[in-house]
Ligand binder design. Sequence first.
Ligand SMILES: Nc1nc(=O)c2c([nH]1)NC[C@@H]1CN(c3ccc(C(=O)N[C@@H](CCC(=O)O)C(=O)O)cc3)CN21
Ligand SMILES: CC(C)C(=O)C(=O)O
Ligand SMILES: [Mg+2]
Length: 283
Amino acid sequence: MAKKTILDFQNMVSKGEKIVYLTAYDYLTAKMQEKAGVDMILVGDSLGMVSLGYDTTFPVTMDDMIRHCQAVRRGAPNTFIIGDMPYMSYQASDVSAIENAGRFIKEAASDCVKLEGGGAQILNRIQAISGAGILVMGHIGLTPQFMGQIGGYKAQGKTAQAAMSLIRQAKLIEEAGACSILVEGVPTAVGKAIAEQAGIPILGIGAGSFTHGQLLIYADMVGFYDNFTPKFVKKYANIGETLTNAFREYTMEVREGQFPVDTEHTYKMDEKEIAELEKLLAE
Ligand SMILES: Nc1nc(=O)c2c([nH]1)NC[C@@H]1CN(c3ccc(C(=O)N[C@@H](CCC(=O)O)C(=O)O)cc3)CN21
Ligand SMILES: CC(C)C(=O)C(=O)O
Ligand SMILES: [Mg+2]
């Protein structure tokens, strides 16, 4: 199937078709997601927690992101890919934001970049990156790069006032030139209001069923990442347990001498060569 563009996503929204969105961090996973027909793939800075083992997303670098975006692009050549801008790759200035967004496009063939926040400075960054011809996805609500100010990974927009503030942010982000917005960790009523008022596709993760599309962290929904499980995760498989059992069985078989089986997993040598080798070894 041909790679979807932002126009296809706008059409899907106007027809009421849901947009399917997952994260991926490597070649094999991206390949399976493209095969499954996922509409868009986020190479999230959650990479840092899911694949690199950090406690937060803060340590993730641009080089980490580029390396993994390249792998995901190789696995999913025909899928719309969003590169997640890591902490400090866009906060300091419009210039650094444009240059780093450009790296996702030039070095990793990404289709879009995503950045967190809805304050005045972030609106400038969105305008700057979009002005350079790059598609930008906004990200509001539970924004992990603001966890210090939020006080942890806590759902947002739970009061009417806080909800109105998020709805206003969404409008400003759209006006600044974003092509789409990801809304994370907000009550269903807030996801619904933002989706209804927006003129661009609104994707949600933990934002209820009314957003134009749904995102999950792939490692959460297949039961792979188990350090914590946000309430918005549904488990579609238990890969972590499957893999652990396979590693355990291999461990047992090697120790018991049950693997490898000589007739199945080993290379053969002609009888004549074996006889010759034995003669040489005996000399
Ligand atoms: N594996 C993984 N999944 C994610 O969804 C995710 C990451 N990593 N890394 C980056 C951020 C962090 N996120 C998180 C992390 C924890 C919760 C969480 O445990 N929330 C609790 C408390 C909510 C509250 O107090 O309001 C929950 O029960 O959902 C939610 C989102 C979302 N992102
Ligand atoms: C948590 C999601 C929305 C994200 O930004 C990521 O995967 O990095
Ligand atoms: Mg992220």
